[in-house]
Design a binder for this molecule. Structure first.
Ligand code: RB5
Length: 144
């Protein structure tokens, strides 16, 4: 699968870990930056990843920032994006099964590498369950 990956400066180091993990596990990672750990603004990179997934260039995305919150909020502003912050591996499974999430977000400051790797394993192993979850996901729309 082609996966867009982005971060801010806080997530830069773990972004490289994610890109390596994706390559080792049979995915094509598309690095959307940043390309060093100079201070940057997370919405710029979340938008790049979001537009790449929403536009169909990449099937899914991974985003990282200090807490994972900034990139989640930002990516969810792109129409068609359902970005989920995974604090533990079970969140990754449920984000795919129940929310049909298409971007997984991590906190680089509060999540260790093992948790990220296990979350990515779960993410790619899980699929959207549909049914009652489809009805709910279809209700996620801007309302004002
Ligand atoms: C950057 O210092 C920090 O604000 C950012 O990485 C992120 O945590 C924002 O949500």
């Amino acid at each position: 699968m082609k996966i867009a990956v982005g971060s801010d400066h806080a997530g830069y180091e773990l972004k490289n870990f994610v890109i390596e993990w994706l390559g080792r596990n049979g995915h094509e990672a598309v690095d959307m930056g940043p390309f060093n750990d100079d201070s940057v603004d997370y919405p710029d990179y979340a938008r790049k990843v979001g537009e790449s997934v929403a536009g169909g260039d990449c099937q899914q995305g991974v985003l990282l920032c200090g807490t994972g919150i900034g990139v989640s909020i930002s990516a969810n502003k792109v129409k068609g994006i359902r970005a989920a912050l995974a604090c533990r591996p079970e969140f990754a499974t449920l984000a795919r099964e129940h929310n049909n999430a298409n971007i997984i977000c991590f906190s680089a400051r509060f999540t260790d590498r093992e948790t990220i790797a296990r979350s990515l394993e779960n993410w790619f192993a899980a699929g959207f369950e549909g049914g009652r979850h489809e009805r709910r996901v279809n209700k996620i729309e801007p309302c004002c």
